[in-house]
Design a protein around this ligand. Structure first.
Ligand SMILES: [Zn+2]
Length: 509
């Protein structure tokens, strides 16, 4: 049994979550956690509200409210939305003015500084006199010097690079018209340049999604990797440090995950888990994030982990591309979004989860069309899946065990091996898992034509295999047919063992 801390990149609590958010790291991390638990791993799934993000400060300024109060209000809403769509976090941490958070960021910052890996450099930053504001992130935009897309000066949503603000064109203030004045400030930088070899060897043999591997190769070939960690004259995190270095929120992400774990362990009344898990190198750390957060998670955080005594460990990273809505980017400011709470008024969480899993933008940008989703819901979910369940199982047809008939076994075992591969470390793919489950459902539907008993076995197997994707549907069916969770887990172990012992048959060309 492996121990894994699974993290979801923290949302900026400046509003609720829409389908674009959910289709990325949230759903994937939840499905991953459920699959690993089904396979017997000990998993803690964590997320936190990024209260120190400057986009929250900008939103609070627009609404003329206190930023941490706004963060808390939206953080509560986000946690509730996640529960509504069955994303079951073990803990959701609110970072603002939180002692766990402050202590953890201080620990990572002092470890980096005391090891000689934080250096001061003069740096030119755009300043907007009309608003007395510096353009580090939420308050300034321009053209990314790496790809040309419109970007803030912190990280580009298109290419995921950290732009060099002095090389960005068309810098402007996001608060309104203002002159741009260039000011020189003294900033602290994390010396990532010194860790190229460490990072290269870290990723050399690791299974990564192709777009992340290509990105890492690009980044590690850049002439200057050093990464600013302070933002003088802007919103920063209060540290237990004299002089209050103005550390910004991207530096603090890895500390945020550790803070969330510590708060969770204490709230469970199990503070001993903090040392037992965090200081054990065998505790896996698995990050789920949008591709645009790759620099912090894949470059900066492994380096920071290597600098804190006892925290050195292997990290697995799953990035996703983005979901579009009707062919365009989701945009909350233009109202081009489908809110999770809204779609759940007309469709069950299981259906939304299944559709998002089937169309997850893991490797490439995907599109969500409401018309296509509605048609799929009527024909595939409500039509095929629910109809098959109601045809095969009624009060007289209990099915407390699973035994796949010999005539279906070869095809089923191939799908089982695919399922195991799609749920394994390194190769994890929610999209592939959902597609394998759909093929198991096809087997059940084919069998249902003349062999109802075999079809019932296959549908029971489908319920177990697809439980990470649509947990409520699976749990309801398993209850209805008297299939206990422990029996299902035992069957799964035995079935996977049997499937892998069968020789692979190579198809003739
Ligand atoms: Zn870019």
């Amino acid at each position: 049994m492996a121990r894994k801390i699974v993290t979801i990149a923290p949302p900026t609590p400046n509003g609720d979550l829409h389908l674009g958010h959910i289709s990325g790291p949230y759903m994937a991390a939840d499905v991953y956690a459920r699959v690993r638990r089904l396979r017997g791993d000990d998993v803690v799934l964590l997320c936190y509200a990024d209260d120190y993000q400057s986009y929250l400060a900008r939103k609070a300024r627009e609404l003329n409210v206190e930023r941490f109060a706004l963060g808390r209000e939206n953080g509560t809403k986000i946690a509730e939305t996640l529960r509504m769509i069955d994303i079951e976090l073990d803990w959701f941490h609110q970072a603002g003015h939180n002692d766990y958070f402050r202590r953890a960021v201080t620990q990572f910052y002092t470890a980096a500084r005391d090891s000689g890996n934080v250096v001061s450099k003069a740096s030119r930053i755009p300043y907007f006199p009309a608003f007395d504001m510096y353009g580090y992130e939420a308050f300034g935009r321009g053209d990314c010097n790496h790809c040309g897309a419109s970007s803030d000066a912190s990280q580009c949503e298109d290419c995921a690079h950290a732009p060099d603000v002095t090389k960005m064109e068309n810098i402007r203030c996001t608060l309104g018209p203002s002159e741009v004045e260039w000011r020189t400030v003294e900033r602290e930088y994390l010396r990532l340049d010194a860790f190229r070899g460490f990072l290269r060897s870290l990723y050399e043999t690791k299974a990564l999604r192709p777009h992340l591997r290509a990105y890492l190769e690009e980044v590690l070939a850049l002439p200057d990797l050093d990464w600013a960690v302070t933002r003088p004259h802007e919103y920063g995190i209060e540290l237990d440090e004299p002089g209050q270095p103005n550390v910004h929120t991207w530096f603090s992400g890895i500390a945020g995950y550790f803070a969330t774990f510590c708060e969770w362990a204490d709230r469970q009344g199990k503070p001993e888990l903090i040392d037992a898990w965090l200081k054990d190198r065998d505790t896996g750390l698995v990050h789920f994030l949008g591709f645009d957060c790759s620099f912090s998670h894949a470059i900066a955080y492994p380096v920071l982990l290597s600098l804190v005594d006892g925290f050195q460990r292997d990290v697995q990273i799953y990035t996703n591309r983005f979901l579009k809505l009707e062919g365009e980017d989701f945009s909350t400011s233009r109202g081009h979004a489908i809110w999770v709470r809204d779609i759940l008024k007309t469709h069950p969480a299981d259906a939304v989860r299944t559709y998002l899993a089937l169309n997850s933008p893991e490797e490439a940008v995907c599109n969500f069309s409401m018309a296509e989703f509605s048609a799929w819901y009527e024909t595939a979910f409500n039509g095929k899946l629910n109809r098959l369940r109601d045809t095969l199982f009624n009060a007289n047809q209990k099915q407390a065990f699973i035994a796949i008939a010999a005539c279906d076994r070869a095809a089923f075992n191939t799908l089982l091996r695919d399922w195991r591969h799609a749920g394994s470390e390194g190769a994890f793919s929610m999209r592939r898992l959902a597609r394998v489950c759909a093929s198991v459902l096809d087997l059940a539907a084919d069998a249902a034509v003349h062999r109802a008993a075999d079809a019932r076995m296959l549908l029971a197997a489908y319920a177990v295999l697809s439980s990470p994707i649509h947990p409520a549907w699976s749990s309801a069916l398993m209850q209805r047919i008297g299939l206990e969770q422990s029996v299902a887990a035992e069957w799964l172990d035995a079935a996977l063992a049997a499937a892998s012992s069968e020789p692979l048959v190579l198809e003739a060309a």
